[in-house]
Structures are given as C-alpha cells and as structure tokens.
Write a protein that binds this ligand. Structure first.
Ligand code: CA
Length: 238
C-alpha cells in the first residue's frame, strides 16, 4: 500500500548511483512516494550536491567512479554540517564483513543489490522518522493526553504542557506505541538516534523531566516504570 507523505514536508533524497537504469527506477519510485529526488553519478558530484541541495537522506552506492561510496560516507561524517545526515549504503557486495565496514564508516543502514523496492522505501521512511525529517503527522491521544504533531502542542485535559525538545520526542514516541514496554537502549535508538553516544541513564533523567511536565497535581502518572526492563506509556493496573 503506498504510503504517501502528507502535505507540506517533502523530504529530499539524494540518490548517488552510476547505473542509469537503477537511478531512473529509484527516482520514479521515490517521487511516487512523495519525496523530492536529487541525483549524483559519482562521489565528487555527491559531495557537491549535498552542499547545494541539503538533502534529508543520502542513498549511497558503494561502487562509484572516482570516489568510492565508503570514502564519500567518511567525508560526510567528517564535516560538522553533515555529521548527522542519514545515509543508507547500497552495494552489490553481500559479505558480512562489508556490512560491518559500511556501518563502521558511519552509514546508518545498509541494503544489498538486488533489493526489493518496498524494503528500501520502508528503511528510508524509518530513518527519516528517526532523524525527524518525516513525522507521521496528526493528533496522538492517550487517555487525557493529546499531542498535535503539526503544531507541536501537547495538552493534558485541555491544559497546555511545556516540554523540552527531547521530552517532546520521547512522549511522541511513547504515544505512537501506547502500552508497549521499551528498554532504555530502545528509547535511545528511537529518540536520540544510533549515532549519538548517550548513557542509558540519560533516559531516566528525561523520563523524570517528562513526568514532571505532564503530571500535574492530582493527575494519574501515565508513564509506567517496568523494573529492570524500561518504560511504557501505561497506567498501573487496578
Ligand atoms: Ca555502482
């Protein structure tokens, strides 16, 4: 089922690929999904296009003329302006070793040719959601909590709440999966991203802040601490 991006935000994907038929196929499918597409046919051009077009994600072929995908990846990570730019490495290689090398160099994800278009699109969307370029917009609700994702407004029982950016993303993620228990590591991955090195106990600090922000006097605590497991948006039974 096509998952068209809702109005307004259209993330830009830079496709770096020297095989023209594959490039054409990728452009067609990405545009059909509502993405804007930029192209580069080699590594040097990729670095130029990144600086000019400021893409939200790079789909990077490993085997490229002049500058390899690995080297492009390294350079993207070395520059402060693009350190956090999401990268999916595409390659014909299937060796486990190469997967590790791609991820070590700083790629966020990895897909081998030939790949299923649906699988690639799902990975692109997952990565864009994690980086905040693609949000599933609308209104989330849990009991008397309500989050308007377009306006970035959170209310409890109609009363506006003031959340810091991290607390907002944390609550958004929990509201997208009510009742599910997440470990600190899972929350770090989902809210902070895999590239950032944060201590798991940082999650506890932000959960504490989030509780303070959303639980007013007399309010029920909607965040459940699951001993030695993690946290869930839930209320204690009984
Ligand atoms: Ca190639």
């Amino acid at each position: 089922m096509p998952d068209i991006i809702p109005g307004g935000a259209r993330p830009t994907i830079l496709v770096v690929e020297d095989e023209v038929p594959l490039l054409t196929l990728l452009r067609y499918n990405l545009e059909k999904q509502g993405f804007r597409v930029e192209e580069a046919a080699d590594g040097q051009e990729a670095l130029l296009r990144i600086a000019e077009a400021r893409p939200d994600l790079v789909l990077l072929d490993w085997m490229l003329p002049q500058l390899s995908g690995l080297e492009v990846c390294r350079q993207i990570r070395r520059r402060p302006a693009t350190r956090d730019l999401p990268i999916i490495m595409v390659t014909a290689r299937t060796e486990q070793q190469d997967t590790v090398r791609a991820l070590d160099t700083g790629a966020d994800d990895y897909i081998s040719k030939p790949f299923a278009m649906d699988g690639l699109l799902a990975r692109i969307r997952a990565l864009l959601r994690r980086s905040g370029s693609l949000s599933t917009r609308g209104t989330l609700a849990f009991r008397d909590l309500s989050m308007d994702q377009d306006a970035h407004r959170v209310t409890r029982n109609g009363r506006p709440l003031h959340l810091g950016p991290t607390e907002y993303r944390l609550l958004e993620f929990l509201m997208q999966h009510p009742g599910r228990v997440f470990s600190r590591e899972q929350l770090l991955d989902a809210v902070w991203g895999r590239d950032i090195h944060v201590e798991p106990r940082t999650v506890d600090v932000h959960i504490r802040r989030l509780r303070k922000a959303i639980n007013g006097p007399g309010d029920e605590d909607v965040i459940r601490t699951v001993r030695s497991a993690g946290y869930a948006l839930d209320v204690e039974a009984g």
